[in-house]
Design a protein around this ligand. Structure first.
Ligand code: PHE
Ligand code: NA
Length: 444
C-alpha cells in the first residue's frame, strides 16, 4: 500500500510556502544584479513581459503535472509519459544540484552579513571600503566555505524536520515581515540624492539596449525568480490540496514575487547612484549597496540585522524547496528514507559548491572562458537550464498530458483551459526555443 503523502495544510499555507520558494535571493540579490548588468529598464521591461506571458503558464503546467501525479518531477513524467520524458526529470534533478550549491554559497554570504551587522562592521565605512569588505570576504576560501556549509546544514535541518510544520509556519510569519522591511527601505531610498537617477535607470526603457543577451538573461531570470523549470513547482504543486484553485495560488505568488523584486530595485538603484557604485558591478551589488543605505538610516544598526536575517530566511525558504525536489525523488523513486536522502544529498551538494566558492578568488585561476566556476553555475542554471526545463514542461502538459487530467485539475474552467492550451502548446515552446537558440550564439 502507498504511504499517505504529506501536503500543505490549507490554501494560505500553500501560498506562503510557494511564495517562500519563489521569493528569495533571486529577488533581492540576483534581480538587481541582472538588471544592473543588462541595461536597467530594458531588462525590467523584457523581464515583466516574460513573467506575464510565460511565468503564469509554466507555473500552472508544473502545478497541474505535480498535483495530478502526486509525485516528484521524475516520478510525474514517468507516470504520464514514456521513458524519454523521465530523462527530462533527471535533467531537472541535475540542475537542482548545481543550482542549490551555488544558491547556498550566496545564502552563506547572507548569514555572514547578519554577523557583520551584529558586530557593527559597516559603521563609519565609505562605499569603497564596503566594497572591499565584500570582495575580500568572498575571496577568502575557508571563511565563505564555512558560512556556505552552515547555510546548507540549516537547509537540511528544515527538510529533516518535515516540510509542512517547518516551511509552512516559518513562511507564514517571515514573508510578511520581509515585505514590511523592504517597504521601509524603499521609502528611505527614495529620499537619497541619487534617487531620481536610480529610478530612471530602473524604469526608463532604452529600447536600443534590448539585445539577445538581455532577452536571454531576462527570460532565464523570470524562470529563476518563480522557481520554474526544475521541478520545484511540480513537487510543491503535488502538496496543494485537491480543492484549492491552482490559478489563484499562481497569481498571488507571481504578484508577490514581482513586487519584492521591484521593491528591491527601488532600494538598490537609488543607493547605487548616490554612492557612485557601478550598476554592472556583478554579484556583490546588493551586499555592497545595502550596507550603504543602512548607514544612512536612523536605527540602521537594527534594520541591518533584521534585514539580513530576513534575507537569510527568504533564502532558506527557497533553498529547502530545491532540496525537497531531490529528497522527494530519492524517497519516492528509490525508497530511501527521508533522513538518509537528505543527509547524502546535502553532502554531495556541498562538494559540488566548493570549487564554485573557491573560484571567487581570481588568483586561484578557476576561471574558464572569462567566467569563474561560480558565474558558470549561475549562467548554466539561471539562464540556460531553467528555460530548458520550462520548455519541456510546457510541451509535455500542452501536447501530451491527457486533457481529462487537465480538465480535472482546472476544475473544468473552460476559459483557463483554452488560454493555457494556447500558451503551453505554442507561445511558451516557440518563445523559449527562439530565445535559447539566439542567445546561445551571442553569449561569450
Ligand atoms: N525562486 C528562488 C529565488 O528567487 C530561487 C529558486 C529557483 C528556487 C529555482 C527554487 C527553484 O530566489
Ligand atoms: Na524569486
Amino acid at each position: 500500500g502507498e504511504i499517505k503523502r504529506e501536503g500543505f495544510a490549507n490554501k494560505i499555507g500553500a501560498i506562503a510556502a510557494i511564495a517562500g520558494s519563489a521569493i528569495g535571493l533571486g529577488n533581492i540579490w540576483r534581480f538587481p544584479y541582472m538588471a544592473g548588468s543588462n541595461g536597467g529598464g530594458a531588462f525590467l521591461f523584457v523581464y515583466l513581459i516574460c513573467i506575464a506571458i510565460l511565468g503564469f503558464s509554466v507555473m500552472m503546467a508544473e502545478f497541474i503535472l505535480g498535483r495530478a501525479a502526486q509525485r516528484n518531477v521524475v516520478g510525474a513524467y514517468g507516470k504520464f509519459g514514456n521513458k524519454n520524458w523521465k530523462i527530462v526529470g533527471y535533467i531537472a534533478n541535475i540542475t537542482g544540484f548545481v543550482l542549490l550549491s551555488f544558491y547556498g554559497i550566496i545564502g552563506g554570504w547572507a548569514l555572514k552579513y547578519i554577523y557583520l551587522s551584529i558586530t557593527n562592521s559597516f559603521s563609519g565605512k565609505t562605499s569603497t571600503q564596503l566594497g572591499a569588505i565584500f570582495s575580500s570576504f568572498i575571496g577568502k576560501g575557508m571563511q565563505p566555505l564555512f558560512w556556505y556549509i552552515l547555510f546548507m546544514a540549516l537547509t537540511a535541518i528544515i527538510i529533516l524536520s518535515g516540510v509542512q510544520k517547518g516551511i509552512e509556519k516559518a513562511s507564514e510569519i517571515m514573508m510578511p515581515l520581509l515585505f514590511g522591511i523592504i517597504i521601509i527601505l524603499a521609502v528611505r531610498a527614495l529620499f537619497l540624492p541619487g534617487a531620481k537617477e536610480g529610478l530612471k535607470f530602473l524604469f526608463a526603457v532604452d529600447f536600443s539596449k534590448i539585445t539577445g543577451k538581455v532577452i536571454l538573461s531576462a527570460l532565464g531570470h523570470s524562470f529563476f525568480t518563480l522557481s520554474l523549470g526544475m521541478g520545484t513547482m511540480v513537487i510543491y504543486g503535488s502538496y496543494i490540496k485537491e480543492k484549492t484553485k491552482l490559478e489563484n495560488v499562481a497569481l498571488q505568488v507571481i504578484i508577490a514575487d514581482t513586487l519584492v523584486a521591484i521593491l528591491a530595485g527601488i532600494v538598490i538603484f537609488p543607493a547605487i547612484f548616490t554612492f557612485g557604485i557601478n550598476p554592472a558591478g556583478g554579484p556583490g551589488l546588493a551586499f555592497i549597496t545595502l550596507p550603504n543605505v543602512f548607514l544612512k538610516i536612523t536605527g540602521g544598526y537594527f534594520i541591518a540585522i533584521l534585514f539580513f536575517a530576513l534575507l537569510s530566511i527568504a533564502a532558506l525558504t527557497s533553498s529547502i524547496s530545491i532540496l525537497e525536489v531531490l529528497v522527494a525523488y530519492f524517497v519516492e523513486e528509490k525508497n530511501i528514507d527521508r533522513k538518509k536522502a537528505t543527509i547524502v544529498t546535502t553532502i554531495v551538494m556541498i562538494m559540488v559548491g566548493i570549487p564554485a566558492s573557491l573560484s571567487l578568488n581570481p588568483s586561484r585561476h578557476l576561471i574558464f572562458g572569462g567566467k569563474s566556476i561560480f558565474d558558470w553555475f549561475d549562467f548554466f542554471t539561471g539562464t540556460l537550464m531553467l528555460p530548458v526545463g520550462g520548455l519541456f514542461v510546457s510541451i509535455f502538459v500542452g501536447w501530451f498530458l491527457d486533457k481529462n487530467i487537465i480538465k480535472k485539475e482546472l476544475k473544468d474552467n473552460q476559459l483557463l483551459m483554452k488560454f493555457l492550451s494556447f500558451t503551453l502548446k505554442f507561445i511558451a515552446p516557440i518563445t523559449v526555443f527562439i530565445v535559447l537558440i539566439n542567445g546561445l550564439g551571442i553569449i561569450k
